[in-house]
Design a protein around this ligand. Structure first.
Ligand code: NAD
Length: 370
């Protein structure tokens, strides 16, 4: 079958094919501080879902989107609910619609939800799970690389408001995580790069040679890293904010495209990748790191096939205005920056310097033709 969209990186495609052949299954737990939840990871592990359903669940409702490919056969009874496609599913009205559907299904507190999809589905289902009858349990089955290494872990759930993304949400941890690598075989290249941008970020959150690890080990390590930053700081009052490395400019780029009605011009991870090199250049200008460390950022991005350049169609003022509304700011500009002691959240970064680094930042032709 001709699938022009699927991952075009041959090394990645070969890795996934090899994993599908091996059919090995990894089982481990992600620590939540005072609790832990199970992870099952491998290629072709969808059939393990039944083993993850808690015995306390009297019934199961599986929620997905029509655009998620895969033959999701089940050996147990469950009701399927299909959400609208795209980010449009992350709306309060869709959450309400799902909750009303649960009422019609006579779902009670022993009903469990299973989210099968990318971050859109896991965010929305987590939000409904946290609010339906004041909270029911749920499992995440992420089908994107970004979902597996980021969105499906950490317990942040949300829907979008007209006023901004993820403004209406809760903290609600899933009961488990099932990652079937075989599902990644159909992932469009852009979505693959989106996950890769987050992997590139994780490589700066550890002193281990993360980017040199085998992809399978990177996924496991990324999950453990994210969980370790979440445990003890679920509500992001401290250490968890370091997970936002590269996200200040990243969100600025995504916000600028959103403001132009051109959402999706870059994926989240592609925008974060640009933000990583920008943050490194800013840190170097503040004498926090040397040129070797900046070069290391370039090398890591290149190893994932990620571009560090800023699309030329985005004006500095436009990007800056969206960076100013970053949640980390406290009336000033704050950045997660690299330094002699690793990553740190730095407040009161001089806006004139940020503007200067942005002015000098390398550009590439814009995705929308300018
Ligand atoms: N809760 C968190 O901590 C957290 C963290 C990061 C991102 N997010 C949220 O996650 C969302 C982005 O998630 P995402 O990048 O997974 O995107 P997504 O859920 O929008 O999925 C991306 C696209 O890939 C398709 N797709 C999904 N799985 C596929 C597969 N296996 N094969 C082919 N196509 C597939 C989807 O239909 C969609 O078109 C955003 O809404 C973001 O706000 C949440």
């Amino acid at each position: 079958m001709n699938q022009p969209n699927r991952v075009s990186n041959t090394a990645v495609a070969a890795f996934l094919a090899e994993e599908v052949d091996r059919r090995s299954v990894l089982r481990y737990e992600l620590d939540l501080g005072d609790a832990a939840f199970p992870v099952v990871l491998g290629a072709g592990v969808w059939d393990q879902l039944e083993t993850m359903i808690p015995s306390s669940w009297s019934r199961v409702v599986i929620v997905t989107q029509a655009t998620i490919p895969g033959s999701f056969e089940l050996s147990f009874d469950a009701t399927w609910v299909v959400l609208p496609s795209g980010e449009a599913a992350k709306r309060p009205g869709v959450a309400e619609g799902l909750a009303e559907r649960l009422v019609r299904l006579r779902a009670d507190r022993q009903t469990g939800l299973v989210a099968v999809g990318g971050g859109v589905v896991t965010d929305l289902v987590g939000f409904v799970a946290s609010t339906y009858m004041r909270g029911v349990e749920y499992l995440n089955v992420p089908t994107t690389l970004l979902g597996m290494v980021d969105a499906a872990i950490g317990g942040k759930t949300a829907v979008n408001l007209m006023g901004g993304k993820n403004l209406f949400g809760t903290f609600w941890q899933p009961q488990g995580l099932l990652c079937d690598l075989a599902l990644l075989q159909t992932l469009p290249q852009r979505e693959w790069l989106s996950g890769a941008g987050e992997l590139a970020k994780y490589s700066f959150l550890t002193s281990d040679p993360f980017a040199e690890l085998k992809l399978l080990d990177q996924i496991v390590k990324a999950q453990r890293l994210k969980q370790s930053y979440v445990a003890g700081d679920e509500r992001e009052t401290g250490r968890r904010s370091l997970l936002n490395y590269g996200h200040t400019l990243g969100h600025g780029i995504e916000g600028a495209y959103l403001g132009r009605g051109q959402e999706g011009s870059v994926s989240h991870g592609e925008a974060v990748a640009v933000g990583l090199v920008f943050a490194a250049r800013l840190a170097a200008r503040l004498d926090r790191i040397d040129q070797n460390r900046v070069d290391r950022h370039h090398q890591v991005l290149a190893s994932y096939g990620l571009d560090f350049r800023l699309p030329s169609e985005l004006a500095v003022d436009e990007v800056l205005s969206y960076m100013r509304s970053d949640k980390k700011n406290r009336g000033d500009m704050s950045f997660v920056l690299d330094g002699p002691n690793g990553l740190e959240l730095v407040h009161h970064v001089d806006e004139a310097l940020i503007r200067q680094v942005l002015d000098e930042y390398p550009r590439k032709e814009g995705v929308n033709g300018r």
